[in-house]
Design a binder for this molecule. Structure first.
Ligand code: UDP
Length: 235
């Protein structure tokens, strides 16, 4: 296998399937099956979940919520999603541990790099919830941060689109997909694949990221086998 330890970022939106809000149980179960498949072949898997299917702080401000309170609601949303994924992994017979970036026992263990690495080395799946624990950040930034702390070989950003395009392929039929793209080019083209904080942090620390479509079964395993799926983001 190409990578030994990965940080998998799953957006809240990709959990929704056809729904407008919340998550689809079958989608969660499919994700759990794909995660089981790679964990069983010895890949160490740490997961950061998004929360956009439930609440985003910035959107809340348009409805009159205070931004910090809204972001805290968003962070709680990532914890809800993480517990749902943990439950789906449990159904698959997987050992896993949910960490929270904010103290919240007994819902999860307070995150620490050492505990997370120890859990990974035991072959258990690590789920890190609550984003960075701070408002004004995103779970993409949290993913880059945790990938670096845990010394992951790569960050895999699983979405419902099969990579990074020159424009939104749903709106622009002439949009073309990149097989590889540098951080500078993402910035220069103004591509909205990740927020700037996450992009800058990944670039400064030379973290490679693959953006790929997670909703097709076996895609995760294919990437780990070195098949060229999605878009590789590099320095
Ligand atoms: N959030 C935050 N700090 C963090 C991570 C997330 O305040 O470190 C909040 C923020 O309001 C964000 C929401 O949690 O909009 C959900 O996270 P995100 O939008 O990254 O989820 P995704 O788009 O990946 O589903």
């Amino acid at each position: 296998m190409k990578y030994k330890r990965i940080l998998l970022k799953l957006s809240g939106e990709s959990l929704m399937e056809e729904k407008q809000y919340g998550f689809d149980e079958n989608r969660l179960s499919d994700y759990a099956k794909q995660i089981k498949e790679i964990s069983e072949i010895g890949i160490q898997v740490a997961i950061v979940m998004g929360g956009g299917n439930i609440f985003r702080g910035l959107n809340g401000t348009f409805k009159g919520f205070d931004r910090v309170k809204g972001d805290q609601m968003g962070m709680l949303a990532t914890i809800i999603n993480s517990l749902a994924l943990s439950s789906a992994l449990e159904k698959e017979g997987m050992k896993r541990k949910v960490f929270t970036s904010i103290r919240m026992e007994p819902i999860g263990h307070l995150y620490s790099k050492e505990d997370a690495i120890e859990t990974l080395e035991k072959g258990e799946v690590v789920i890190i919830s609550g984003g960075t624990g701070n408002p004004f950040f995103t779970t993409d930034t949290a993913s880059v941060l945790r990938a670096m702390e845990l010394n992951a070989d790569i960050m895999l950003k699983g979405t419902h689109v099969d990579g990074i395009y020159t424009a939104d392929p749903k709106k622009d039929p002439t949009a073309t997909k990149f097989d590889r793209i540098s951080y500078d080019e993402i910035y220069n083209r103004g591509l909205k694949i990740m927020d700037l904080t996450a992009t800058a942090l990944a670039k400064n620390n030379h973290l490679p990221i693959i953006v790929f479509e997670m909703n097709t079964m076996k895609n995760l395993k294919k990437i780990l086998r070195g098949e060229k799926l999605g878009t590789l983001v590099h320095n």
